[in-house]
Design a protein around this ligand. Structure first.
Ligand code: ADP
Length: 466
């Protein structure tokens, strides 16, 4: 069963139950309320009528003192009944009885069930089933004659009609309400779940067709389905990116390996073609040796880079004195005295940092080696190490060939070489590896450079990486 059908059914049944319970409670309460109203109207009517009777000893007195022509002869006199005396109003009957229980005036349609009841000023119930009624009596004390009793009677269900119309209304309204709720719920559920269905379809198309470029349509409703679609699209973005990276990496690697492999194969073909001289063998083997060491360096760098980029490797960190680490490195590398280049170091004392010794040594060594490689003959390399409150800053500045501005944004891309003529020995992975190491320590590597003036590579490492 679909979610929308389930939701609609559940809410409709719930609505029906809640409405039914409410309506029945209302009807029950209304019934009790109506009965209460009937009772108080009965008492009120009887009370009102009790003041409308007066006794006259003679007919003349009655004629003179009373303007109503309604009267009852009683004990040689007359009881005048005022015109305001109501014998029947809103289903309430009021009758006048003598002390001995004789009906003197008015009517009591429930006489058969109430005649046996003694007079009493309290509300009682008499009769049964359809003709159950409330009875209320009131004594009327008249001067110069016996007391009379007023008996009011009314059907307990005299206002049943009102209740019936309420029930009728509920019978018509309830099912219509439920149908409206059912249809409304169904359409709302359908509308809101449609994007989810479309999403499911798109997802299966994407997974079936391997088309990672496709995205799920995002509705602008700001609901959960929209959130889901956005998260899904973000996931696809990441998947596509890593898929493209992987493809790019594979093609970069095969491109980088193609040349040395082709050279080795060509050299082998050449020496196997015919018998060669010893010198030719030595030359060919030297080339093969050189190419294979280039390849093994490239493979080692590639593996390092992949590991670093994936960030998967757990980096052991320890408290290091970067000042002595960089000083030792500078001392070692300055021994190279390559092409007359002089290295000077300006290092702040006792710069402490928590990091991985091996990786940080590699990062600094990469940058200093590059400064030698791309520095000008008899040039100068300046290494600085300083610290602020929040970061450690290491920089290497050379006065070498510099880098053209358009190369700068791509400089940290894998296998990117700005100047192929002078970097033939490099793998193009030194800077990407260096930057990954800086990032692994929560920092970054940046470059500024001017052609023929030199370059500065700056590593900034936060002391408390987030
Ligand atoms: P490589 O092994 O080729 O040196 P890197 O990733 O270390 O690879 O450097 C990438 C490219 O950046 C180099 O090929 C070179 O063109 C440029 N480069 C790196 N360092 C310097 C520098 N100090 N001065 C000028 N160019 C540099």
């Amino acid at each position: 069963m679909k979610i929308r059908t389930k939701l609609t059914l559940w809410f409709s049944v719930l609505l029906a139950v809640v409405t039914l319970v409410t309506v029945f409670t209302l009807i029950f309460a209304e019934k009790a309320l109506l009965r209460q109203t009937v009772k108080s109207q009965l008492v009120q009517t009887v009370e009102d009528n009790s003041g409308e009777l007066e006794f006259f000893a003679t007919y003349e007195q009655l004629k003179q003192g009373f303007d109503s022509d309604r009267f009852i002869p009683l004990n040689d006199g007359f009881v005048g009944i005022d015109s305001d005396f109501l014998t029947h109003i809103r289903g309430i009957y009021v009758a006048v009885y003598g002390e001995n229980g004789d009906l003197l005036y008015g009517e009591n349609p429930f006489g058969r069930s109430t005649d046996s009841l003694a007079f009493s000023p309290a509300i009682r119930t008499a009769g049964e089933k359809e003709s159950t009624c409330f009875v209320f009596d009131r004594k009327v004390v008249l001067t110069d004659t016996e007391d009379l009793w007023l008996r009011g009677t009314v059907l307990t269900d005299s206002r049943k009609g009102e209740l019936n119309s309420l029930i009728r209304l509920a019978i018509i309204l309830l099912p219509s309400l439920i149908v409206i709720a059912l249809l409304g719920g169904y359409f709302i559920a359908r509308n809101h779940l449609k994007p989810a269905e479309r999403m499911a379809k798109a997802v299966s198309e994407i997974s079936g067709g391997q088309d990672l470029k496709r995205r799920v349509e995002v509705n602008g409703r700001g609901d959960e389905v929209q959130e889901l679609a956005q998260s899904f699209n973000r996931m696809l973005d990441r998947l596509e990116q890593s898929f493209e990276k992987e493809q790019q990496f594979t093609s970069d690697v095969s491109h980088e390996l193609r040349t040395p492999v082709a050279v080795i194969a060509a050299q082998c073909d050449y020496i196997l073609e015919e018998e060669r001289t010893k010198d030719e063998y030595v030359e060919a083997l030297t080339t093969v040796r050189r190419q294979s060491s280039d390849m093994s360096r490239l493979i080692a760098d590639m593996l390092d880079y992949v590991r670093l980029e994936q960030g998967g490797q757990v980096v052991d960190k320890e408290e290091l004195c970067l000042t002595s680490l960089v000083r030792d490195l500078c001392n070692d590398l300055s021994l190279l005295k390559e092409r007359g280049i002089v290295l000077s170091a300006d290092l702040t004392d006792n710069v402490l940092f928590c990091g991985n010794r091996r990786l940080l040594t590699r990062l600094f060594a990469n940058l200093i080696n590059n400064a030698y490689r791309y520095g000008k003959d008899n040039g100068h390399i300046a290494v600085t190490l300083m610290q602020t409150e929040t970061a450690v800053i290491f920089s290497v500045t050379d006065d070498g060939i510099g880098i053209e501005e358009h190369h700068l944004p791509k400089l940290f891309d894998r296998f990117y070489r700005a100047d192929s003529s002078r970097s033939s020995k490099g793998t193009g992975l030194g800077l990407p590896i260096a930057r990954e190491i800086a990032r692994l320590h929560g920092g970054d590597l940046t470059v500024s450079s001017r052609v023929n003036e030199g370059s500065t590579f700056t590593v900034s490492l936060p002391k408390n990486p987030a």
